[in-house]
Design a binder for this molecule. Structure first.
Ligand code: PLP
Length: 371
């Protein structure tokens, strides 16, 4: 199967093999070495000297961890959303009693740093801002650097909480240089590791917030994570096999370096957009400049049944694409190209689309027709 969903992503053979190793004592010397090695190298890729923790959770778990550690019930926070995951971040905060001022941008567009900063300036009671770096549901990447700079310009001490789940380890995300307080990501995206680990970095400013924050928390209490990391442990039993996998994936990622990782994803993103347009299809991203280099969202052409397309692609061509989420169900399909993805995987996807689409009533442009 050509797994082209934006997570879980395919894992290289050596990463899968690492998962089959025997268990070890998570409070023993082998795990100690493992967690130190993994944490240090993750910090390199986060470009941070902040504390960094590896939690046993999916991406949503790390979003919840950021919320419950940063905030108190009743806190006023700005929830910037450009899609389903931005909405989810706001909903988690509301679930725990925060008062979220939702600032939504049209799906398919990126957040405007000027408007975000204005929203913050207008309401001095806002203490934190929740941002999505790469909105996987729409295939749009926010200009996180510009957003963070605009927010700091408006309010130097505001807490900046970032869902970087489908960007870190793939797209440029410079945690310290951009002065980001909480930044979370998940193992099953660009990291080429199965689902189960979520990583989060926490700035000094963020730690001050953690001390004040009153939201209920236990499993995701980061002060416990900090205490245990001092002993090179986790408070609760970690997903040991995923740690093995991450250790091996990091060998590859660190050897490639941040520059190489970013360049590879730029190449895959451009290749995908070219391939999509060659089929006469339209990107969902309103402005190609903000189209994501980890996932491409494509409009389902008029007259074609989006559900039937994904089904045919999977069952008859072995290509597993993602559909649209929430209000985009049936309106778009998405092609993941993060982590262990190749130009060949994408070309196979375009070949399959070239064959499947006409069978569902779509007229291919002349140049794309199968000869
Ligand atoms: C995948 C993803 C999530 C959610 O992760 P789960 O692992 O499904 O909980 C959140 N935000 C973004 C941007 C994502 O891509």
């Amino acid at each position: 199967m050509n797994l082209r969903v934006p997570g879980p992503t395919p894992c290289p053979e050596d990463v899968l093999e690492a998962m089959s190793r025997q268990m070890i004592n998570h409070r023993g010397p082998e795990f100690k070495e493992l967690i130190v090695r993994v944490t240090e190298r993750l910090k390199t890729l986060f470009q941070t000297e902040n504390d960094l923790f590896v939690l046993t959770a999916s991406g949503t778990g790390v979003m919840e961890a950021m919320v419950v550690n940063a905030l108190s019930p009743g806190d006023h926070v700005l929830g910037v959303s450009i899609g389903a995951f931005g909405d989810r971040f706001a909903t988690i905060a509301e679930t725990y009693g925060a008062q979220v001022e939702r600032l939504a941008f049209d799906w398919g567009t990126a957040a405007d740093p000027k408007l975000v900063a204005e929203a913050l300036e207008k309401d001095p009671s806002l203490t934190a801002v929740m941002l999505t770096h790469n909105e996987t549901s729409t295939g749009v990447t926010n200009d996180l650097q510009a957003l963070a700079a605009a927010l700091r310009g408006a309010r130097p001490d505001v807490l900046i909480m970032v869902d970087a789940i489908s960007s870190l380890g793939s797209l440029p995300c410079s945690v310290d240089a951009w002065d980001l307080d909480f930044v979370g990501t998940g193992s099953q995206k660009g990291w080429m590791v199965p689902p189960g680990l979520a990583m989060v970095s926490i700035s000094t400013r963020a730690w001050q917030a953690v001390e004040q924050a009153k939201m209920p928390r236990f499993y995701f209490d980061l002060t416990k994570a900090k205490d245990f990391l001092e002993k090179s442990q986790t408070p609760w039993t970690p997903a040991v096999s995923q740690f093995y996998a991450m250790d091996v994936a990091l060998n590859t990622l660190i050897a490639e370096g941040i520059g190489g990782i970013v360049e590879r994803h730029v190449g895959l993103g451009e290749h995908t957009r070219r391939g999509v347009k060659a089929l006469g299809l339209e990107l969902f991203a309103a402005d190609e400049a903000s189209a994501s280099n980890t996932v491409t969202a494509v409009k389902v052409p008029d007259g074609v049944d989006g559900g039937a397309l994904n089904k045919m692609m999977r069952e008859e061509y072995g290509v597993v694409m993602a559909g649209g989420q929430a209000k985009l169900a049936g309106k778009i399909f998405r092609i993941g190209h993060l982590g262990w993805a190749s130009v060949e995987d994408l070309d196979a996807t375009f070949d399959a689309l070239r064959q499947a689409l006409p069978r569902l009533g779509y007229q291919l442009p002349e140049a794309a027709q199968v000869r």
